[in-house]
Each structure stands twice: as C-alpha cells, then as structure tokens.
Write a protein that binds this ligand. Structure first.
Ligand SMILES: Cc1cc2nc3c(=O)[nH]c(=O)nc-3n(C[C@H](O)[C@H](O)[C@H](O)COP(=O)(O)OP(=O)(O)OC[C@H]3O[C@@H](n4cnc5c(N)ncnc54)[C@H](O)[C@@H]3O)c2cc1C
Length: 303
C-alpha cells in the first residue's frame, strides 16, 4: 500500500477501483503480488474517462489475459487496467476486413474468420491471449503473425485521447513492436484473404498437433524465450540438459523445454530464478544469449 492510495481518483471511480488486487488471479502462471489499483472498465469510453482523470504520477499497465506476463511477488506500484470483457466488439467491416477490439480473445478471431471464409487466421487459435496482447507482442503461430494483417490501430494515449495509427508508425519484428510511448491499443482493423474452404476442423487439427508437443492445460506462459536467429530456444535448453530442472514448485517442462510450468505453489521469484538459471546455463553450454519473450513486470517481494 502506498501513500498515494488515500484517494487519488475522481469520486465516480473510488468504489470501482479495487485496491491490492492479487495479480495471480490475472496471469496464466497464476503468480504475482498485488496491484495497488485494478480497474475493469465497462467499455472504451469508460476506460478513456478513467485514464483522463488518473493522476500523472500513477504508473499505468494495461493487460489482456496475462498469458505472457510474469508479475513479481511484490506486485505492481500503480494502476492496472484489464481490457478483457470491456473491449469486446468484433465486426466485419468489408468483404475482407474486420474491426476487432483489443479485449477480444485471439481464439474468437480465428473462429469468426473461419465462419466468414477469411484467412489465414487459424494461427490466432493458438494464442491464448487478447488481440491487445497480440498487437503488443506481434504474437504468431504456425507461420502466421499478427501485424501482417494490421491495416490500422486505434490507440489511447496517457491523456485519454484516441488516435488512429498505421503500421508505418511502428517498428515491427519477431515478437517485437516499438511504437509511440505511453499509448495502448483499443482496437485494430485487420485484413485477410477470402478463404471459403477453411473450416473449424483445420483449427481443431492444429490444436491437436499443439497438444502433442506442448504442455497445454498446465500453468505456463507459453514460450519463455524467443528463438535466436537460425535456432530454437527449446532445442538449446533441452540439449543443455535442462528439461525437468526444478526450482521450488517451478520446472522446465518435460514436454517442451521452452515452457516453464508452475506446478501449483511456485512464486514469481522461483520462476524468475529458473529463467535466469536457464539463460546462464544455455550461455555457458552453447555460447548463445537467450532473450525473454515473456514480459517481467512489478516489484520483488521484501522477503
Ligand atoms: C499455453 C500458451 C501458449 C502460447 N503460445 C503462443 C504462440 O504460439 N505464439 C505467441 O506469440 N504467443 C504465445 N503465447 C503467449 C501469449 O499468449 C501471447 O503473447 C499473447 O499475445 C499475450 O496476450 P495477452 O492478452 O495475454 O497479453 P498479456 O499477457 O496480458 O500482456 C502481454 C503484454 O502486452 C501488453 N498489452 C496487453 N494488452 C495491451 C493493450 N491493449 N495495449 C497495449 N499493450 C497491451 C501488456 O502490457 C504486456 O506487456 C502462449 C501462451 C501460453 C500460456
């Protein structure tokens, strides 16, 4: 709890903002200490109004489904906004275009596109996050990548003002998106091709294949590290002898070496220490520096 917590918000928000919300409830690793303030907006207008009245000294973090986030055990000093639930519209805007709000789960984009005969969009089915998170990460799977389909994005700045931006406003790479500072995604116009032959079975087959090779259903954040050029992080980790290596209640997955599993009682500190151990061991054994794909945020615990 910080000194700022007495009453930093406009009166209409004081009862709607949750204090000390455990972030373990909002991350797929199920770890993470409390956020000072947690806000679940009703819609985009409500979200913008909240941001407009948020004092400038309060740090702001937007989250989707927390499927790529390691929140440290000391939690987050500042305000967290969740988009899942609030920004939920998805509509077809032309024969090949759709407008998707940032809180829409990627799996829904895949399903709707298949229904409308648009593709290739099945790759979205493999990403267990929201479109907002996929835009922030340039998420991809099975050869598909989010930003290849982006025509324009609607963003909100720290003053609560909306802007429309195009891909030319961003530096986009493999799991990397660099754009104007202090802006967050509200929605995107995505373009696909007409693919009337696609059906739900193609998604089901891809997901089956994934279940064979990845520990789906266990508490993880997907791939912890990005693949270095010309190689695979999982191969480097496995051949460094780290499959199954355990720290506390976190371990390197036996099924896919680039996944770290929380077996139930891991703390963020265990996972972060394991990430560091993997990084150091791979550097020693292979002379390759791995880079984390997961975003690590928040404060360490005092103890
Ligand atoms: C089992 C499993 C499998 C996975 N497989 C894949 C895969 O195949 N390919 C892949 O790319 N990823 C994969 N991931 C990782 C993850 O699903 C993606 O990175 C996803 O895009 C994250 O979306 P999210 O909504 O959960 O974002 P979060 O984890 O909530 O946030 C991730 C980052 O995005 C930022 N962010 C979120 N919403 C917004 C917004 N509206 N505006 C601005 N910034 C925002 C956050 O601040 C944070 O920095 C996997 C994860 C799991 C658990």
């Amino acid at each position: 709890m910080t000194g700022l917590k007495a009453s930093p918000f406009a009166p209409e928000y004081t009862t709607r903002v949750i204090n000390d919300e455990p972030m373990s409830r909002h991350t797929s690793w199920h770890v993470g200490g409390p956020a000072d303030f947690f806000f679940d907006p009703r819609d985009a207008g409500d979200l913008a109004a909240f941001v407009r009245q948020l004092p400038a000294e309060i740090a702001l973090l937007w989250i989707g489904l927390g499927s790529n986030l390691l929140v440290r055990d000391g939690g987050i000093r500042g305000a967290v906004i969740t988009t899942h639930g609030a920004l939920s519209s998805l509509e077809r805007s032309s024969a090949t275009r759709i407008r998707v709000a940032a809180g829409v789960p990627c799996a829904r984009i895949a399903r709707e596109c298949v229904k409308w005969g648009l593709g290739p969009a099945e790759f979205f089915a493999g990403i267990p996050g929201t479109l907002g998170g996929a835009l922030a990460m340039n998420a991809g799977a099975w050869g598909g990548e989010t930003w290849r389909h982006v025509l324009e994005v609607e963003v909100l700045d720290r003053q609560g003002v909306r802007h429309t931006r195009t891909p030319a406003d961003y530096e986009i790479g493999y799991r990397r998106v660099l754009g104007p500072a202090d802006e967050w995604f509200l929605a995107a116009q995505l373009e696909f091709e007409r693919k009337p032959g696609e059906n739900e079975n193609s998604i089901a087959q891809l997901l089956d294949k994934r279940r064979e090779t990845q520990p789906i259903g266990e508490w993880s954040c997907g791939s912890v590290f990005t693949n270095p050029p010309g190689d695979y992080a999982a191969r480097l980790i496995e051949t460094a002898g780290l499959k199954g290596f355990r720290l506390g209640d976190a371990s390197v997955s036996q099924k896919h070496a680039n996944f770290i599993i929380n077996h139930g009682a891991a703390r963020a500190a265990d996972i972060e220490a394991l990430i560091e151990h993997v990084r150091r061991t791979v550097a020693e054994v292979h002379r390759v520096e791995l880079t984390t794909e997961v975003r690590i945020v928040g404060e360490p615990a005092w103890t």
